[in-house]
Design a protein around this ligand. Sequence first.
Ligand code: AMP
Ligand code: MG
Length: 351
Amino acid sequence: MKTEVEKITNLLTEEDRKKIEEAGRILKDGGLVAFPTETVYGLGADALNPEASKKIYAAKGRPSDNPLIVHISNMGALEKITSDIPEKARKLAKHFWPGPLTMIFPKSEQVPLETTGGLNTVAVRMPNHPIALALIDAGGGYIAAPSANTSGKPSPTKAEHVALDMDGRIPMILDGGAVGIGIESTIVDFSTTIPMILRPGYITPEMIREIIGEVRMDPGLVLDDPTVHPKAPGMKYKHYAPKADLILVDGVQEKVVEKINDLVCEAEKSGKKTGVIGTDETCGLYQAGVVKSIGSREDEDAIARHLYGILREFDDLNVDMIYSESFSTPRIGQAIMNRMLKAAGHQVIEV
Ligand code: AMP
Ligand code: MG
């Protein structure tokens, strides 16, 4: 299959709209289209068409028990695909939609089990991106879309990343440039008495608490206990992983830099090509290896935005080892570290 890459601007000119209409037709015919959202690029299919949803799993190599998020463009659409919308969920929608928040509801009959990985609940999000919203409307209103990467790899934050993973597997990629946030949405589940965060993201627990009061973190995410599984099926899989072996080094800055310098020196001596993920503040302090800055520690948004791109850059360089500083920054540090720990297979050296 030939993959067309169509450049679209956020201005949605007449020409842009024509291309989006064409992409919408592919979706309505049961095909796949990759598109930008404000979090990461998504791989879209008509969420109400079981055969279309199945194609997503095939293109990504995604395990079939890992449900998809359904993307909508208006609140009316939410009523059609859910059977109960708790008041607290309505409040969160009012504050954070369109935006990087996914909520889990009991599903209606309209949503096929192929889309929900066999569950009787459905995950829903209204993305805050003009191209995504226009495509949802053009494609029938209900677009199932996980991140547009091969399962297990870092999520795509540019159309070029999508093309590397999906070329020849899907008919169309809408290229809207680099995304703004760079990590996936926060997922909140309402099936427990107290709402629970199943995946940390750009919307923090504090922001949610301000609107609806108490919210908990899924114990499967925070406990260091292999017998307690996360509730979101996708969170149990290896994820976001670069080709190289990634090891995080955590501690005070001076010690971290010293340790990474030692580790790089050792690795290079044994013939391994090595990468380092530092920050604008520390990059000049590393003595060897391919050193890349993820951004300034003062700007956590930039750290989130650059994370997956940097992991993919090291894939291109074919490094064997990556040593990275850790980024438990104040606001979205929990979301950043959740991804980094998974990418590193939980290999952390404390100094
Ligand atoms: P992705 O779109 O690839 O970022 O992944 C979507 C995430 O949402 C995965 O971790 C899924 O397991 C999770 N998810 C989707 N639907 C549900 C659901 N109904 N219940 C719990 N988790 C879900
Ligand atoms: Mg994903």
